[in-house]
Design a protein around this ligand. Sequence first.
Ligand code: PLP
Length: 384
Amino acid sequence: MDRIYLSPPHLGRHELNYLHKAVEDNWVAPAGPNITGFEADLCAFTGVGHAVALTSGTAAIHLGLLLLGVGPGDEVLCPSFTFVATANPILYCGATPVFVDSEADTWNMCSERLREAVEDRIRQGKKPKALILVHLYGMPAKLDELLAVAHEFELPVLEDAAEALGSRFRGQPLGSFGQVSVFSFNGNKILTTSGGGALLTPDANLARQARFLATQAKDPAPYYQHSQVGYNYRLSNLLAGIGRGQMELLEDRVKRRREIFTWYHENLFNLPGLAVAPAIELAGSRSNRWLTTVLLGPAPQAPPTDSPTPPPTPEALRQHLETRNIESRPLWKPLHLQPLFAQAPMYGGAVCEDLFARGLCLPSGTAMTDDDLKRVARALREEL
Ligand SMILES: *Cc1c(COP(=O)(O)O)cnc(C)c1O
């Protein structure tokens, strides 16, 4: 049986045309028409004024934090329930993350815990320098509530939309809500350039600064002169060509991810002790359903059931799927539980700890066939 991967790349037909043209024209450099074209595609899709194509989403978060003025000794608010790449760049800046728990319905940062965190940090004498918001697994965070807190305390927002390209909040594309917003085009994301990322901003000045820092911070002089630390973070024109081909497919890919989520939801809903979640979709909002995720067992506050056998743990289920050559993954392990961040402050924690203990990501790649989906469901039924 062929392996069913969690979220493999899914190329279309036009990527090769862009690559071909780049090679024919000798545009094999971290500059060129595919980069400009890819950036224009991202601006057109999101409605944001400026996009800067970069080597990774992580690089985009790093530059984004620098643009927001984050430096040594600063504190940056960040959800605990996310991939480590959201928070690593805080450390690159010499700053400290202040972690905030999730809310149970969207799994994204809880605005009440956020308010507690900000008020407590201010009470302790230090206002956080910035706020990073994440839309986990493509699910829009409750931006009205979260941005209201950011506005009240005048916190600049970096929107980590790495998993959320094609999602919308009240009709507006994610990736258009931060002073700086970030996408990833890593191999496992909804669209990919193999590795890549982008920084988006409505501010022309910030975009100019991002390009400057991403190309070794060269001062305007005929020779090489540098007054600031720079980075080599620009995306290759070849990879940007793949990105242009992928952007043509975005709406199709979102449609298929959503179909896969709905298929799992409809076909697994009667399995005991398993729930496809988060099931909600906020009014007027759309998740790209990057990964379909499930929770096992009863929620902590649920009344006891008389079910004869307890449901398997996510790890037992993952290992069983592995015997059927099906890849699945635990949910992100909360960052406040990581040895790397043992010293970082954390506000709340019970919600994301419970999600991590009970959750599993199911194969969700857009090239999956209906037979693949049935194979996954059959393998799950064998264990439940
Ligand atoms: C993938 C991801 C990133 C990092 O993107 P890369 O392109 O892999 O560097 C950042 N944040 C989140 C939430 C991600 O899922």
